[in-house]
Design a protein around this ligand. Structure first.
Ligand code: NAD
Length: 407
């Protein structure tokens, strides 16, 4: 993962552990797939339900989680009895092949977990293939939308997880040191290339100046370097184009009146697609940098007067993956958890990726289609229900009856 994707070792280990959580959940298949039974629903008649596999399910995964994303989907799909086709990002092809080798080593039969390498052309072939019953997609929102439309049009069950713009609201009563540490970890971990990365801090009331100072101090201390450097806390971006996009977003925000409080341009090591942590202050909610996914180590700070205004900002976002609040006030936290329009909420937790026993998924343009991934919703997605109504008749009591039965 370090060589292909660029993430540092500790981050890669964390990704692996979060991916392995889904194997624990997959091991609960016996419990999660059991059906319901209603004995004697009419005289001599029993009814019961069972969940059946779909057949062949396919997954298309992004570059930023080469191991976790395939594990989140393949483990549950296979536990449900499906064969699985994995099309990883063409930018990080190796982890999926390792996964398939490990699956073979533990005795999963050939043909159950299949890896197909390729780019958009391979995705289109999957979406149009009549033998594939379901498609799970994880990637950017424009592609997620296309995948959802094309796969659904060809009769498949589709869940498509898209991009994000995640907000972290900091209330005036929050522990500032704790909030600043959380903001740094969540904004700059994996160089901001996480769908749950915090990219906007919303400073409520008068907390802005002190918060920016605390985040700024920490941002300049982050050690940037290649994955091969054991000291590095943050690696490079995935490509030259990604670096240019991120630098372009910083320049545009600056030209549009925002203040670059900590500038990552020029502080990065040479020889790769690095951008050092960047903090952009006094961002307006209507600015591109506040609305568009940057997917890089750039944290914007927006200042608002009230919690209501912070919640309205989140409501107004095109995306709805994660949202977090930092506060000591239980009432404010409860208001936030009920009203913030995102699928995953953190209370003093900046990246609220649910444990895999819960399901993962966002709202709005962060997810197209039905059912979140992993957890119980994952088991729903990868199975279809069958209901059996059964009777074992006693011959001498049978008679024809053309009326719709009432008992
Ligand atoms: P991407 O959309 O460029 O690529 C994702 C997958 O789609 C890859 O396998 C790629 O080969 C394929 N693809 C790319 N363009 C395509 C096209 N035009 N037609 C069909 N298939 C195409 O995304 P990425 O750059 O690999 O990953 C980063 C994005 O993924 C970010 O937007 C991030 O927020 C998002 N993401 C979302 C989640 C989530 O759970 N919501 C998780 C991780 C990443």
């Amino acid at each position: 993962m370090g060589e292909e994707q660029g993430k540092v070792r500790a981050d890669a280990e964390g990704e692996l552990m979060r991916g392995l959580e889904t194997l624990d959940v997959a091991c609960a298949a016996g419990l999660l797939l059991k059906g319901e039974i209603s004995p004697q629903i009419a005289t001599g008649v029993d009814a019961f339900s069972m969940r059946m596999p779909l057949g062949v399910a396919a997954a298309i995964t992004p570059f930023n989680f080469p191991f976790m994303a395939p594990l989140y989907l393949s483990s549950i799909a296979i536990a449900c009895g499906n064969a699985f086709i994995l099309k990883p990002s063409e930018r990080v092809p190796t982890a999926s092949l390792m996964l398939a080798e490990l699956a073979r080593d533990v005795g999963i039969p050939d043909g159950v977990l299949n890896v197909v390498q390729g780019d958009a052309e391979a995705v289109e072939a999957i979406l149009d293939h009549p033998g594939i019953a379901a498609v799970s997609f994880i990637g950017s929102s424009p592609v997620a939308k296309l995948v959802h439309a094309r796969g659904s049009a060809s009769g498949k069950r589709v869940q498509a997880f898209g991009g994000a713009k995640n907000h972290m609201v900091v209330m005036p009563d929050a522990d500032l040191g704790f909030a600043a540490d959380a903001a740094i970890s969540a904004a700059f971990g994996s160089s901001g290339q996480r769908c749950m990365a915090v990219s906007v801090v919303v400073a409520v009331g008068d907390v802005g100046d002190a918060l920016v100072a605390a985040i700024g101090e920490r941002a300049t201390a982050v050690k940037v370097g290649p994955a091969s450097d054991p000291e590095a806390e943050m690696g490079p971006l995935i490509s030259r184009a990604a670096r240019e996009r991120v630098l372009g977003a910083i320049a545009a925000a600056e030209a549009d009146g925002a203040k670059v409080a900590i500038d990552g341009r020029g502080r990065e090591p040479g020889g790769g697609y690095f951008v050092a942590p960047t903090l952009v202050d006094h961002v307006r909610p209507d600015q591109e940098i506040c609305r568009r996914e940057v997917f890089g180590p750039v944290l914007s700070v927006v200042r608002v007067d009230t919690l209501d205004a912070a919640i309205a900002l989140i409501d107004d976002s095109q995306y709805g993956n994660g949202a977090a609040i930092f506060t000591r006030d239980g009432g404010a936290a409860r208001t936030f958890q009920r009203r913030a329009s995102a699928g995953m909420i953190g209370i003093n937790v900046p990246i609220p990726i649910p444990n895999a026993v819960y399901s993962f998924g966002g709202w709005k343009d962060s997810r197209f289609g039905d059912q979140h991934m992993a957890g119980t919703e994952g088991f729903r997605f990868f199975t279809k229900q069958k209901v059996v109504t059964s009777r074992w008749p006693e011959e001498e009591k049978s008679k024809a009856d053309l009326a719709f039965p009432t008992r």
